[in-house]
Design a protein around this ligand. Structure first.
Ligand SMILES: Cc1cc2nc3c(=O)[nH]c(=O)nc-3n(C[C@H](O)[C@H](O)[C@H](O)COP(=O)(O)OP(=O)(O)OC[C@H]3O[C@@H](n4cnc5c(N)ncnc54)[C@H](O)[C@@H]3O)c2cc1C
Length: 168
């Protein structure tokens, strides 16, 4: 839930770009910034693309429902909402260079989000304040979905260790 007041003896702050503000309220300081990303989904008749294509500027990911995802822009320190013409244009131009048939596709959806990035480029995962049992998992930038299982495992192991020490 993102409303109301919830109390717990152990808290993990995993609020993406909101983590820094939440930790600030506990007097814990982390250095993160937002990196806006824009993406679009297209549909191509016949859908001949079967594997992921990518280069430095763009990736094309065919999905089971027949759509192709085209992403993603990277705009550091931009936390605005909305998808810009410049963003979509640059992605589509790069996509067409990589895979010319994409020019015949129909745009189905565009969206944007803000990735949480840390000043040192690696995520914060683990103990933020052991005496107050505050844990943290944030700052995954472009890889938060990919790294979700690994993040959960590292965090769960850390929690187990700390809680075991408390029982001793
Ligand atoms: C266009 C785009 C494409 C991407 N593609 C990929 C990809 O292909 N693979 C990949 O691995 N990653 C991708 N990412 C990055 C990925 O989305 C992030 O790394 C990931 O979402 C970070 O996960 P998170 O749980 O830390 O934060 P979030 O996903 O941002 O989740 C944080 C949650 O906390 C909530 N929250 C914030 N503040 C509060 C508060 N005060 N109280 C309660 N709740 C709060 C938010 O509403 C949100 O639901 C992409 C990002 C973008 C923008």
């Amino acid at each position: 839930s993102n409303t109301g007041t919830w109390t717990g003896r152990t808290v993990t702050v995993a609020a993406g770009r909101g983590s820094q503000a939440l930790l600030d309220t506990a007097g814990i300081s982390i250095a993160t910034y937002g990196v806006k990303g824009e993406c679009l989904a297209v549909r191509l008749a016949g859908q001949p693309l079967r594997s992921i294509l990518f280069d430095d500027a763009v990736y094309l990911v065919p999905k089971a429902d027949g759509r192709i995802l085209i992403g993603a822009t990277e705009l550091p320190h931009d936390e605005t909402i909305g998808v810009s013409v410049a963003g979509v244009t640059s992605l589509l131009q790069a996509a067409e260079r990589l895979y010319p048939p994409i020019r015949n596709a129909v745009i189905e959806e565009v969206w944007s989000g803000v990735r949480p990035q840390t000043e040192f480029g690696l995520p914060y995962i683990g103990v933020a304040d052991s005496s107050r049992r505050i844990f943290i998992a944030t700052g995954h930038h472009r890889h938060g979905i990919l790294l979700a299982p690994a993040t959960a495992e590292v965090l769960a192991n850390t929690l187990r260790l700390i809680l075991k020490e408390e029982v001793r």
